[in-house]
Design a protein around this ligand. Structure first.
Ligand code: AMP
Ligand code: MG
Length: 337
């Protein structure tokens, strides 16, 4: 199969719609990362997505809809506080997990009685979702465990020859996946941190909890995706804390025979640039760090044998999501492979 990358035009949207209605998959841009989209009502299409990504079959998918879509078709109960969250943050990088009506394919939620729904803000994603006017399941368009894609080129690297069409909507500005927030209980519970933070949600609805699963007790985890090793570059990695620069410098010296890359925040760049290493700067601000992380991990795996990452100093707000991804990418201790 030839994989085409095409800009989003009325013609390519209609081509994408035909592929979707025939049970195929199409990659689409969103403001967070690119997604691998298929018809959420079609068992075959949903299974094909798991197959093509090599995704474990207990890691549920998010259904994406356009802003005019009536979600009561697919969700069973909509607590009043969820409406407030939609009004405050959607369209945008927030996924809400509701009780499901069970109308979408059972493969979408991997046997859970809930459904994760997201309304992306990206204009190209909205155009595509309006064109098809059905919920589109769209996990990140990367091979399972690999770094998530923030450009059409990244999608092509992982799926050349495996999918027919990538809709090119430019580089993703958000850069890390949506915040996943459970709205099935009394108060919202964050299952995966992202650009919409716990504080932002609590400000709108008064309270918001964070699910911190005990990863040694897998059966109690609400959002199975959090268990897996994720986002990993295909080179060796080491991770140091923000105040462990000395240790990182020692690791550079100890691995002098390798092509070394160092990923760190901008303020550490000057110290490292004098050494024989390639420096990948995450930038200064939390939004810069979120939007650059995956691109830099993909650049690093192409150029280096060993990537040494040093955590940024700021660790709250949006950085909770950035660090969650960075740690899963550069360590493998507490997650399933
Ligand atoms: P991805 O599409 O690759 O960004 O991954 C989707 C994320 O959403 C994973 O972390 C899943 O565990 C989570 N998710 C999807 N559906 C549900 C659901 N019904 N309940 C809880 N988490 C979900
Ligand atoms: Mg993913």
């Amino acid at each position: 199969m030839q994989t085409k990358i095409k800009p989003i035009t009325p013609e390519t949207l209609s081509e994408a719609k035909n592929i979707i209605l025939e049970g195929g998959v199409v990659a689409m841009p969103t403001e967070t990362v690119y997604g691998l989209g298929g018809n959420a009502f079609d068992d075959g299409a949903v299974q094909r997505i798991f197959e093509v990504k090599g995704r474990p079959n207990d890691n549920p998918l998010i259904a994406h809809v356009h802003s005019g879509y009536d979600i009561s078709r697919i969700i069973d109960y909509d607590p009043p506080y969820a409406k407030k969250l939609r009004e405050a943050f959607l369209p945008g990088p927030l996924t809400l997990v509701y009780p499901s009506t069970g109308k979408v394919s059972p493969y979408v939620s991997c046997g859970l009685n809930t459904l994760a729904v997201r309304v992306p803000a990206h204009a190209g994603a909205q155009a595509f979702l309006k064109e098809v006017d059905i919920p589109i399941v769209a996990p990140s368009a990367n091979l399972s465990k690999h770094v998530s894609p923030t450009s059409a080129k990244h999608v092509f690297e992982d799926f050349d020859g495996k999918i027919p069409l990538i809709l090119d909507g430019g580089e993703c500005v958000g850069g890390i996946e949506s915040t996943v927030c459970d709205v099935t209980g009394e108060v919202p519970v964050i299952l995966r941190p992202g650009l919409i933070t716990r504080e932002m949600i609590a400000e709108v609805v008064g309270d918001c909890k964070e699910d911190k699963p005990d990863l040694t007790k897998a059966e109690k985890v609400k959002s199975p995706g959090v268990l897996y090793k994720h986002y990993s570059p295909r080179c060796k990695t080491m991770l140091f804390l923000a105040d462990e620069l000395e240790k990182a410098l020692q690791a550079i010296a100890d691995n002098a025979g390798l092509k070394i890359g160092v990923l760190c925040e901008e303020e550490k760049v000057t110290v490292l640039e004098s050494l024989a290493v390639r420096v990948f700067s995450l930038g200064d601000t939390e939004t810069e760090m979120a939007s650059r992380l995956y691109k830099l991990l993909r650049d690093a795996e192409k150029e280096c044998d060993l990537l040494i990452a040093i955590e940024p100093k700021k660790q709250d707000g949006v950085m909770i999501g950035v660090l969650n991804r960075l740690r899963k990418a550069c360590t493998s201790k507490d997650v399933r492979h």
